[in-house]
Design a protein around this ligand. Structure first.
Ligand code: TNX
Length: 499
């Protein structure tokens, strides 16, 4: 029998037989595993129509026991036999429940779980996905739905790309014009929007309950056209580049005009005024407020695609903005270009070059490790969730690559950047840029099943990676995702019928 698990656990043994669920099945809480018990009860209600009694009585045969260890790691143990025993830290119990979500099976109206013995813990500490809410604004409900999907695959960081040329999406009390004047539109005439601080706190709490840490990004010093709609005195006039002009021409998209909302998707034309002290007053206010409402350790400050910015200005900016981020109490994260500068000690670099990097990209990525930081791998030719699956796929872009499922699966984070010590690899992240996305269904189309490939790279031991095994296991997950009401693409290279 194929165990339909993605990501594959670090150790799993399948026994014969099943554990049958029935209206008499109880959930027994041991040592304060209340949150896990209620998450499990919700899962069984939603998927199997059962509402098990939750109790702290002594467990008996036929019960599902959830036991909290109080550890702070992400490991869990799951034994399914005459009863079910799930043991772990709070995060571990949550991941054990995601494993159960994938194991639950229905046969002629009866629900069961195959007998298994699992010990599981992740390979990487940082397992991220990114949603671009700047190019297309997605409301709180959609972000929560995205968190549901990502956390089910054991991702533990949600990077929100909150600002870009097309819009500013988070309210800042000290700079109220940002959301008043610079959030009204998205790319290509789509509606805009923004999160109030309460909205943002709601997203953070929803993510935290699913063991995901929110990483807010304020993209600087480029990708800042929208700031000019609110505070024109701190941004430069747009600087055109050949790629932008060619793209605008071939796609029939508008070019940026200072002081007007930008609705094209070409990049590299905007910058804040790097040498103005009023810019730094603005940045201090913004970063302080973002840090204040962000419980997680990271604050992403961008650094990508500053095509019109002189190198010396860019480097000076990066040095100062990463220092400022540390000053407001957060670990800075920046796209790998920022490695050209002397980043603050401990800054995390996010590599988005090709899986066969140019010497310059690799050099920039290594600089973060030289400064005591680490690197998140998001090679755009493998991990970008916004690339098309096939040249004809209706959604997504293809500037980096066309990424079918096998391409998304078949890469190894430790060896992407030559000369980078594997101990400096913090983890991986799949960015989902939103130039071509309008709805949750569009998000699902690009997310499922490729995010499952990335999840296995992020979580499972490198030695367990096997395309044929993955292919079989992911095929069986189509039914699970359907059962959750999650859509997605079902590429023909996979057999989606249940074994
Ligand atoms: C490159 S990746 C970008 C984004 C675009 C994306 C589209 C990176 C750091 N910058 O501005 O949205 O390509 O795939």
């Amino acid at each position: 029998m194929v165990l339909t698990l993605v990501p594959l656990p670090s150790s799993v043994t399948a026994d014969s037989g099943t554990f049958a669920l029935s209206p008499a099945t109880r959930i027994v809480i041991v040592d304060g595993a209340d949150a896990a018990a209620s998450a499990l009860s919700d899962l069984l209600a939603q998927r199997a129509g059962l509402r098990p009694e939750v109790t702290s009585d002594a467990p008996v045969r036929g019960d599902i026991v959830v036991r909290a260890t109080g550890a702070s790691d992400e490991a869990y143990r799951l034994e399914v036999g005459e009863r079910v025993e799930l043991i772990g830290s709070p995060a571990g119990l949550f991941y054990g429940i995601q494993t159960l979500r994938q194991l639950l099976r229905e046969d002629a109206g009866a629900w069961s779980i195959p007998r298994v013995s699992i010990f599981d813990a992740p390979r990487f500490a940082y397992r991220g996905v990114m949603l671009d809410v700047a190019r297309t604004f997605f409301d709180v409900a959609t972000v929560k739905a995205f968190i549901d999907r990502a956390s089910s695959l054991k991702f533990n960081h949600l990077h929100l790309h909150l600002t870009d040329d097309q819009g500013w999406r988070l309210h800042i009390d000290s700079r109220p014009l940002l959301t008043e004047k610079a959030s009204g539109t998205s790319v290509l005439g789509r509606p805009g929007g923004f999160y109030t601080k309460d909205d943002f706190r709601e997203i953070i709490a929803y993510a935290a309950a699913r063991h995901m840490v929110v990483v807010p990004e304020i993209d600087l010093p480029g990708h800042t056209h929208a700031i000019g709609l609110a505070y024109p005195e701190i941004v430069e006039v747009p600087v055109m580049n050949d790629m932008l002009l060619a793209q605008s021409e071939s796609l029939g998209q508008p070019l940026p005009v200072a002081g007007e909302p930008y609705q094209g998707w070409g990049v590299g034309h905007s910058s804040v005024r790097i040498r103005e002290e009023s810019t730094w007053e603005f940045l201090r206010d913004v970063l302080r407020e973002v840090a204040e409402i962000t419980p997680g350790p990271y604050l992403h400050v961008g650094g990508d695609e500053c095509l019109g910015t002189p190198q010396a200005d860019f480097d000076a900016f990066v040095e100062r903005i990463t220092a400022l981020t540390a000053e407001v109490g957060k670990t800075p994260v920046a796209w790998h270009e920022a490695g050209s500068a002397v980043v603050a000690e401990g800054t995390v670099g996010q590599f988005w070059g090709s899986d066969i990097p140019t010497d310059e990209h690799a050099e920039h990525a290594r600089r973060f490790a030289d400064r005591g930081g680490s690197v998140i791998l998001s090679p755009s030719t493998r991990a970008y969730l916004d690339m098309k699956y096939t040249p004809e796929f209706p959604l997504g872009l293809s500037w980096a690559a066309v990424i079918d499922l096998e391409t998304a699966y078949s890469w190894e984070p430790d060896t992407i950047v030559p000369g980078l010590d594997p101990s400096a690899v913090l983890g991986v992240e799949g960015p989902l840029w939103a130039e071509t996305l309008e709805t949750l269904d569009d998000i699902d189309q690009l997310f499922f099943p490729r995010a499952a490939a990335l999840a296995e790279i992020a979580w499972s031991p490198a030695s367990a990676k096997d395309w044929n095994s993955f292919r079989e296991r992911v095929g069986a997950l189509g039914e699970v995702w359907d059962g959750e009401g999650w859509g997605g693409h079902r590429p023909a290279e996979i057999d989606w019928s249940t074994p």
